[in-house]
Design a protein. Sequence first.
Length: 659
Amino acid sequence: MGVGPHAIQLTRIIQEKGFLAKGFSVLELGSQDFAPTPAEARSAIRREFALDRSSISTPGDFYRAIGCERYECIDLDGKHGAKTFDLNFDIREKYAFDDQFDLVTNHGTTEHLLNQHTAFLNVHNLTAPDGVMLHGLPFQGYQNHGMFNYNPSFFLDLATANGYEILGLYLSINDALYPYSEEFLAAYDVRCSEDVLVMAALRKQSNTAFKTPYDGRYFTLHGKDKISARDEVGSSIRFRDRGAGEETSSPDHESPSSPTQRADRYSRPYTFITPVWGEPYVDTYVHVTLPSQLSEGNLGAFASGEVEYVIVTTAHDERRIRSSDAFAKLQKIASVSFIRHQAINGETSYQRQTRAANLALRRIVKETAAFFLTADDFFADGLFGYARKRLSEGARAVIVPTLRATQAGFNAYLQASGVSSLKPRELVRAIMQHEHPLLTSVVINCPSRVWHELPSQTLVRLKDGYVGRWNVMHPLAVKVAPPVADIESTWDWNYPALVARNADDIEIIRDSDCGFICSPTEMNYSQDYPILRGATRRIRIRTLIEWISINWGLNFHLLQTSDYVRLHAGDIGPEWKAAEVELDKVCGPYIAFVKKRAARQPENLRNSNVDLLSRPFAGTQRFILWRRAARISIRSARSSVKNRILTLLRRVARRIARG
C-alpha cells in the first residue's frame, strides 16, 4: 500500500509520545514507496514535520530526515536494497537474521502472506524491547487486494497475548486518520464497500517469546500461558474500558495543555468549548477572538480553578494555537485541553462544528455550565462575567444577540485602535462603522432598501445603535449534567430549550450593556442566498412568515422574538420608543400570524407551560413554502438567463472590436 499521509501522521503521533529518539532504527516489511502519490506524501511530511521535502524521495529518506540512523526493508522484489527474505517463514531460522529495530512497520504487507502466524512472529522478533510496531492494513473494502482483511479486535488480542501496550488504534479513510471507536462506521455512515484501513501502534514491553493470540470473544487468558473457554460467547464490543488509551474510546484524540499529562474528564464549574480548524479561522481565533475572551470582564471574571477551556481542532492547528501569545495568556488563567478532530467526507462546516462540540460535551462528568464559543467571533468585555452572574443566580441558559461586521474593516479598526477588547458601547459604535451587508439587509429603515431570504433578526437603526427583535440568538452558556444530551442540529437551534425546557430558566440578554457578540464576517458571505434590493414592508413581513413556517422554527425562537433587544452606544432616549413602534409595523403582523394559527399561544411565553421545543402551529404551511420555493427558482432562472445573455453580448462586442 505504501507510506501515505495517514502513516506519516501516525509516525508523528508516535514521535510526540516520546518514541523515535535521534538515532533510532527502522525495519519495514515491504520495499515501500510513497502513496497515493509522492507529492501528497511530501505535502503530509511538510505539514506534520515541517521538513524540507526537496531531498526526500523515498520512505527511507523520510525516516532519515527525522533522525533514523539505520534503515532496512524486507521484500522478495529486492527494491530499495531490500533483503529478499520470505516472510512466510521464520527469518531467524531460515535466514539467521536476528537483528532488532526501534520501529518496525507493516504498511500493507502481511495481508499478502498466507502464513499469518509466522508473519506476526517475525514482526515480534524484529522489534526491540520498548520498540514500536506500526500496522496499516485493510479493514473493510479493498476487494481482491490481498489474502486477508483485519478486524481491530485482532490487535487487541495480539496485544493481550504478548503484553504489548496499545499506543493507538485508528481507522484511515481516503488517507485521513480517525481514532477508532466501535460506533465510528455507523455514526458516520461509512458504506461497507468503502476502502478502510485499520492502523495500530503497539509497544513491545519485553523480549519474551511470541505467544499465539486467541479470540477474546471465546477465550480468556489466565496468566501468561493458560487459556480457558468462556461459558458464553462474549460481546463483540471489545474496546470499552480496555485500557487502549484515549484514542480508542471516541472518534477523536484528547491531549492536555501539558504534553506530559493526560487531560482529566471535565468536572470544573465552567467548561468553555471552542471548535476551530483551518488557517484563516485559526489566525482570527488567536489574534482577534481569544484576546477578546481574555479581557477582565470575560475570562478575567472567573476565579482560579473554575474554568476548563477545551479547544477542538486538528493536530496541525493545535501546534499553531499553542505557539501564539494569546494561548500563553490563556494557560495562566484556565486549565486548557485539546481534542484532535478531523473532517468527515461530505460533512458541512455546521455539521462538523456540532460534532466537535458533542465530543467535548461527552467528556463532562459533573454538572457544569458549558460555554459555546465560535472561533471567529468577538465578545464584548463583560459578557462572560454577566453570564457567570446570572448562572450563579439560577439561570440554566444564557442566550445572546449577535451583530455582523465586515471582517476586514472591523479587524483594521482594532489594529488602528491598538486594542484587543471593547466595552459593549464601544463595540456597538465599531459595528455601526463597519456594518456587514447581511446586517444592513435586516435594517428596515435602511435607505438602500436591501433584504434577505433568511432574516435572523429585524432591526431599526438609530443614530447610536439598533433596536430589534431576534429570531435566533447565540446560546452562550447552558448548564448540563451527565449524561449530557448531544446537540441535535446546531447549538442555536434548540439546545438551551432541550436542556432547560422552561422559559423562565433561560436568560435572554436584551440590553447590550450586559454584553453581546460581534461576528466579523467576510464581505461576500451571504448564507447561500443573494442580498436583494427593493425591500418593502410587505416583503419583510412575508420573509418572516416564511421563516417561521419551516420546520426549524420553534416556540423557543418565538420566545426570543417576544420582546425588544436594544444595542446602544449611548443612553436610551425617547426616540427609541418611536423606533419600537416602527419596528412593530413589520414584526407585529408576523407575530399576529403565528398567534392566529397557534393552537395555544399565550400572550407571554414566560410564566407559561408551553413546550419550547414544539412548533408554534401544527404542520408546515405548505402553500407558503411552495410559494417561496417557486419564487427563488424563478429568480435563479432569471439570473441564469441574464448571465447567459450578458456573456453572449460580451462575445459579440469582442468580435466587433477585433473587426
